[in-house]
Design a protein. Sequence first.
Length: 277
Amino acid sequence: MKKELLSILSSKSNDCTIKSKITDKLEENSKSKQETPVSENTAQNTYGSHVLIISEDSALRKIISESLSDFNVICEYTNNGEQAILQCNNLPVDYYSAIFIGDLTTDSDGIHTAEILKGRLHISAPIIAVSSNQCNDPYIDAYISPVPDTASVIDIFSRAINGSLAISKEKAMARLGNRQDLYDKYYKRFIDGYADASCRIRQLLASGIYEEAYRLAHSIKGLAGTLGLAEVYISSSRLCSALKVDQTSGGQYLNELEVSINSSFRPNSELSPRSSA
């Protein structure tokens, strides 16, 4: 791990070249964006979602934010990892749909930031490193080129929001320091708190208590991300997105959530969830 980290921190020589290429890429991306449409359904599901971009490079910020413009997301920015940690510490663990960390080739806190966000603050959002230096780190969920094009940004974000990045028990365990006792603690909280969640959400919606219904779905999403429960994470994410657009909607996604929660449970004597395989 130390060797991999030192390798990343030592590769600073191409910084100016990368920034020049990023600037050149902006014009190219404005054309390719027209050829990479985002489906109406996908855009609706991400309406109002928040994305964090950790980079002081204004050109990189612009590439990512413009690439995601059709998703109707709200892009937020910090210049470095320290600012990002302070910002996330004051927000719900599932506030962001995705986090992009740029400048890994020049910023020594890239991996350290990801470790704190995932390992200590338990942020559920997939972390995407904008870097050509890839290592097998449990806190980095995906990599894209340091000079990304629109298609790759759209592809990686699409996979981030549908739960196909990062959501697995293996990664969840790694982020918890491979501590089974800690994992079991969170999983017991999930069992005790959310076994009947879909019924409770239905009742809240029927009673017109929409904000509480959304908060409950949001909480499920955050804990499912922490535990690596992919199906629960995906169904709760879809439900949250549907409720953002229309507070009276969500019937289909409630059914999906109920099935996914039930399928994740083991008998009471076993704390660890069923494998998604």
